[in-house]
Design a protein. Structure first.
Length: 175
């Protein structure tokens, strides 16, 4: 008899999510995850904006909604461009969660020039970061590998395996 894997047995959850890197005037809008405290797995790191898909939502719909929820700005769907798909196996091991993340860039021309444009985010502070300074930020290790592809507009697929917050294994391929 063939043994069932963990997905067939129903012991794992796949969480679909989005990441959005809005760009304007040579800068990228980044979220400094500093609002929820040390219990937040992302605490202290900078991320793109995004989050989990809701039931019945496409990745594009979720990207638009999450950007609005976190930045307080509605960008049209036409501003978003799909860049890649990432898998994070066992990202939250205590919850048996594997994450699949749809990565987008968004043209947000002129937004960076308007101070105070964004509402305060429940996740943390929003910052426009010059593109050439992105890799200087405290990021997840894997982000350093796929962010240059996002900025170059090169499509990609990848998987990043983390253990206790450290990158243990990776696979990243340009398409």
């Amino acid at each position: 008899m063939r043994a069932m894997n963990c997905f067939e047995a129903g012991s794992r959850k796949v969480i679909p999510a989005t990441l959005v890197y809005a760009r304007s005037r040579g800068c990228v809008l980044m979220l400094h995850r500093n609002a929820k405290g040390a219990a937040d797995v992302h605490h202290g790191k900078y991320n793109g904006l995004g989050g989990k898909l809701e039931a019945g939502e496409s990745p594009l719909e979720a990207a638009c909604r999450e950007f609005y929820e976190e930045a307080g700005i509605r960008l049209p769907e036409s501003a978003f461009r799909a860049r890649g798909v990432l898998q994070f196996p066992d990202f939250k091991p205590k919850k048996n969660e594997d994450w699949v993340v749809y990565v987008f860039s968004a043209a947000a021309e002129a937004l960076a020039a308007e101070p105070g444009l964004f509402k305060a985010s429940a996740e943390g502070d929003l910052h426009w970061v010059p593109e050439d300074r992105l890799l200087d930020l405290p990021l997840w290790e894997g982000d350093r590998e796929f962010l240059p592809l996002v900025l170059a507009g090169e499509p990609f697929l990848g998987s990043f395996w983390y253990e206790a917050g450290s990158l243990r294994r990776r696979w990243l391929q340009k398409l």
